[in-house]
Design a protein around this ligand. Structure first.
Ligand SMILES: C[S@@+](CC[C@H](N)C(=O)[O-])C[C@H]1O[C@@H](n2cnc3c(N)ncnc32)[C@H](O)[C@@H]1O
Length: 263
């Protein structure tokens, strides 16, 4: 087994994309690409919360690209383990509160109507880590509120293959990437995404960087079991997005029901 497969469940600490390459991140996944999905998450929260939600906690908020489109509706608090990503997000979302923390263990003084656990949850590579994140979400969800989990894949929807993308910045820089997803023979509950980033500077020089992202991959039944075990009522809904019409992408919700309303 390649030694980098042992670098699991490190909360993204060693990934250059979230550290010394963080300034390139907005070119890899531009903020405008999140408009449609953020609108979908807003609808889900407004539909499933027991009354009109006002506050949102984003766990693993990265560049804050979802929050950029949600902050006009909700008072957003953003949590990430990587200081460089918090710096990026503060630039984009100066009105939001930002907290450095690990979503496996974070505890705060208050609770939130909505908890968004977006693609960062895919970095949970063991069932124990996944359970810890869901326990964090439960501890921080207000009575009547909703936690939304959006892993890149569950085991049933995983598709090996490649994706390409990237964009041009307005400062002369540009980035293109290749993502190659596959499951090594002896790997359980996970897959790898081998990434190649082509980073073009303003002077036209191109540097190529590769790094391996080790991701968790769990059956839908495991997600539902862990969400229920944390105390939520679980619910799976299809991910409605124009780019995903031919796949079976889905979102798991945890409804914190059984209470009279928000505190
Ligand atoms: C793909 S980015 C998230 C992008 C984000 N969904 C957005 O809207 O911009 C993944 C993020 O997960 C963060 N992360 C990974 N493990 C974490 C953990 N255990 N706790 C908090 N953040 C974590 C990384 O630092 C990285 O910023």
């Amino acid at each position: 087994m390649n030694e980098s497969l042992t670098e699991r469940a490190d909360g993204g600490r060693r990934l250059r994309l979230y550290h010394d390459l963080a300034d390139w991140y907005p070119l890899l996944t531009p903020v405008d690409d999140y408009i449609e999905e953020a609108a979908f998450y807003r609808r889900l929260f407004q539909t499933h919360c027991q009354r009109m939600p006002r506050t949102l906690l984003d766990l693993g908020s990265g560049g804050g690209h979802n929050a950029a489109h949600l902050k006009s509706t909700f008072a957003c608090t953003l949590v990430d383990i990587a200081p460089a990503m918090l710096t990026l997000s503060r630039r984009l979302n100066p009105t939001c509160e930002h907290i450095e923390g690990d979503m496996r263990s974070l505890r705060l003084g208050g609770v939130f109507d909505c908890i968004l656990v977006h693609d960062a949850v895919s970095y949970m590579t063991t069932r124990d880590d996944l359970a810890s994140v869901i326990a964090t979400a439960f501890a921080l969800t207000a009575p009547g509120g909703v936690a939304l989990f959006q892993p890149d894949f569950v085991a049933e929807t995983f598709m090996p293959g490649i994706d390409t993308g990237g964009s041009d910045g307005d400062d002369g820089r540009a980035l293109r990437y290749l993502e190659w997803r596959w499951i090594p023979e002896n790997m359980t509950d996970g897959y790898v995404a081998d990434m190649a980033y082509m980073l073009r500077s303003g002077d036209g020089e191109v540097e190529v960087v590769r790094e391996r992202h080790v991701m968790g991959l769990f059956p839908r039944a495991v997600w539902l079991e862990l969400i229920a075990a944390a105390g939520f009522e679980p619910l799976v809904v299809p991910f409605e997005h124009s780019s995903y019409s031919d796949t079976a992408a889905e979102v798991a919700l945890g409804l914190r029901t059984g209470a009279k309303g928000f505190t």
